[in-house]
Write a protein that binds this ligand. Sequence first.
Ligand code: G3I
Length: 304
Amino acid sequence: GTALGATAAETGRYFGAAVAVNKLSDSVYVGILNREFTMVTAENEMKWDATEPNPNQFTYTGGDRLVSHAQANGMRVRGHALAWHQQQPRWTSVLSGSALRSAMINHVTQVATHYRGKIYAWDVVNEAFADGGSGGRRDSNLQRTGDDWIEAAFRAARAADPGAKLCYNDYYTDGQNAKSNGVYAMVQDFKARGVPIDCVGFQSHFTGQSPVPSDHQANLQRFVDLGVEVQITELDIEGSGSSQTDSYSRVVRACLAISRCTGITVSGIRDTDSWRASATPLLFDGNGNKKAAYTSTLNALNAG
Ligand code: G3I
């Protein structure tokens, strides 16, 4: 194939991008989006602070624009993110305990209901595990409502939109380490107890300090072996030249080697659109030209 999404589709996968809805008026940006990508994720517009600025008062303007754009152009949508310790609306900061738990469950229910039938997969819970060696949960206001907050969020999401795949999404979980072991144990426990979970998202923010690990494919495979699908959800790779091109092709090859690795999403379109633009981590330069990393990604998709 000659475009990322169409080529990924040849093996039954998608190739997506995180989209900032206010850039849908930029013709270079939209031209690349429509030509290359078959899945979109809202970079910020479906998050708690954006969708529920006041208690139980919902605004879906940005997310709805993204869904319409996707539907009009034959793309699917990954929903991001229902429950997360960051980008919460200001009003949640005074809540704790059962009041915060109820607000979180109501949020999950309302947003997943609004988008019912339009979402391929939801990041139901994002980044709930601690960095470092503990393998345990991250301390957060949501975690302090009780260890069962994650399964409560997944059950609420399933009830609201039974057709969406429900994912747990996190970063630095790409290789086998304490953090990914913690997530693995949670997924294993959820599967054993019938808590609804369908997929694990691996954000895949790679840097010089944190490159693609040598056991990347093996780590994805052990999650698939638990009975979930895996998705690369926010891929970006700091750097340039051959280290960047090699890393992109390694990630693509790892996903293609696993039948239940269903798709790859990059965290933006041009380097200048990135949440960490100085890392030049994406596939297109600031002018929208294809980088060498684009070519190596497309070649790896074509080799599948
Ligand atoms: O919209 C306001 C604008 O009105 C204001 O003038 C400006 C000044 O700072 O801020 C704008 O909001 C920013 C927003 O992005 C939209 O550009 C926020 O400050 C900024 O914090 C926010 O950053 C987002 C970040 O999540 C927040 O944690 C990034 O765009 C987004 O790419 C990033 O994405 C996360 C994923 O959701 C989860 N995984 C990690 C990833 C990177 O942090």
